[in-house]
Design a protein around this ligand. Sequence first.
Ligand SMILES: Nc1ncnc2c1ncn2[C@@H]1O[C@H](COP(=O)(O)OP(=O)(O)OP(=O)(O)O)[C@@H](O)[C@H]1O
Length: 289
Amino acid sequence: MLEIKDLHKRFGDTVALEGVSLTAAPGEVVGFVGANGAGKTTTMRIAMGVLAADSGQIVYNGAPLDVAARRRFGYMPSERGLYPKMKTAEQIAYFGELHGMSRAEAKRAAAALLEQLNLTERSGDFVQDLSLGNQQRVQLAVSLVHDPEALILDEPFSGLDPLAVDVMGTALKDRAANGAPVIFSSHQLDLIERLCDSVVIIGNGKIIAAGSVEALKAKEVKQLRVSVQTPQDLTESLPGTVTRDGDDYLVEDADDQEVLRIAAAAGRVTHFAYDQPTIAEIFREAVTR
Ligand SMILES: Nc1ncnc2c1ncn2[C@@H]1O[C@H](COP(=O)(O)OP(=O)(O)OP(=O)(O)O)[C@@H](O)[C@H]1O
């Protein structure tokens, strides 16, 4: 379990973090979202020891996270750090060696990652000759090469094409399936919705919403969507506040069982469920609250 506890950080007069806490359990993929300047990068840098907090703690499996444990983490910093004049496969293996792997182990791990990230054909290319998206795949490979116990990734999906997003998403899910806690930041909320078990929303250095994707959605659920095959117009006969969305009825403030009974009496009910908001809608609502 990775626990980020009550972080505070100022840069001069700027208050960057004001009591930020979040946790990632083993196998949990946590999406970290927030507007530009909200404090995501600062939080992740502090978690990785790149930056010192004014106060707060990073706890891993019950103990303060130290340098030795951090070496077993995988980190993708926002300022990407690759050696442009090194060849792709060598680069990944080199980072493996920096993490204490033997040369042979590191080369094997690099080859496997290149395969998984569809980069095998680029193994011998200099990093500087790769497209930006492929450089980013290499950056992910670098953060994964030592088979990290936990992952902290700052916007790993920015600028990737949909195919690359799928490849990277699968790579992250695989790590989580092996028990790694995974935290990544992103502005792509559809992706967060697709990949994450839970979401943490930060605004102006404070956590403004957090929880499992299902719990966040369930909390915001408001309207019932009903589709009925009937020649009648049920707007007046259904209880509560009723509006139309195409052929559907949207019902609020009503007993759902009563709605179902009236709808079923009128015709064949083909859809009956509460509309769930998207993570994008929950985010917009949270940051404008
Ligand atoms: N080294 C620094 N010196 C001064 N201010 C900083 C520094 N790093 C971050 N800040 C400030 O701290 C706040 C949080 O920035 P941070 O980079 O953590 O946000 P972010 O959520 O990662 O944003 P983005 O989505 O734009 O990457 C901002 O007001 C930013 O200007």
